[in-house]
Design a protein around this ligand. Structure first.
Ligand code: SF4
Length: 235
């Protein structure tokens, strides 16, 4: 196991058993490349969007299909590799995301980066978006009419990017994506077909929830390993 992978697992509160013969990572021998702080921050250089994805982002930027356009600072289209195999779907932009125009920033974003890195994925290797592209006021749950109004953008993102697997993070993302009212605890550990496509969907907890309930990180680690097994079985 590489030292940086060990660090990310520790960030996730996952116990790591070291091979006695393996060199132990210390503050001195962790290189800049392996520095968790810097590596978990949002990547400054993200892959360039394709023309089709850019054109969709421009459409979203001026969308007024639901009342959320009135209170948003800006739309939050999504970031990442337009050719990604992994598509991470969250709920909706929060205050930081609304201000910065990027999904999963701040502490929850850093924890999502750590979750991805624990299974060997960098933020720029996946595509990250939300069910809603505009922030609901006071971070309330999305309303059904808002989800319906915004749904076609997510469908178009999926059809342009053509990922191989979807990781739905959090109850709101999982239930809206899968059109289900099953509690998230019961959705975990299974692979679902994404309605409207055959894409496999794996569900896990939202990093913002993990910040409030760090004991659940072990369950997320199990979900991530399950997602990686599902992905490998497909490729
Ligand atoms: S949430 Fe979606 S549908 Fe509503 S205004 Fe924003 S982009 Fe349009």
């Amino acid at each position: 196991m590489k030292s940086h992978q060990r660090q990310y697992l520790q960030e996730m509160d996952i116990a790591v058993w070291l091979d006695k013969k393996a060199p132990v990572a210390t503050r001195q021998n962790i290189s800049i490349e392996d520095n968790t702080e810097s590596i978990l921050k949002p990547d400054n250089i993200m892959p360039v969007f394709t023309a089709e994805l850019n054109s969709l982002a421009q459409k979203v930027a001026i969308c007024q299909q639901c009342s959320l356009h009135e209170s948003r600072t800006q739309t939050v289209f999504g970031v990442g590799d337009p050719d990604a195999d992994w598509f991470v779907i969250g709920e909706a932009p929060g205050a930081d995301e609304d201000r910065q125009g990027e999904p999963f920033v701040g502490r929850a974003g850093q924890l999502l980066n750590a979750m991805l890195l624990a299974i060997g994925l960098r933020r720029k290797q996946v595509f990250i978006a939300n069910i809603l592209k505009c922030r609901p006021p006071h971070n309330r749950d999305p309303k059904p009419d808002e989800v319906i109004a915004c749904e076609s953008y997510l469908r178009q993102q999926l059809s342009l990017i053509k990922p191989k697997i979807i990781l739905a993070v959090g109850r709101v993302a999982a239930q809206n994506l899968l059109k289900s009212d099953t509690p998230i605890g019961k959705m975990r550990g299974h692979c679902y077909p994404c309605p409207g496509s055959d894409l496999p969907v794996v569900v896990t907890y939202h990093p913002a929830y993990l910040l409030r309930s760090p004991r659940e990180k072990r369950k997320v680690w199990a979900d991530l390993k399950f997602a990686m097994q599902t992905y490998k079985a497909m490729t």
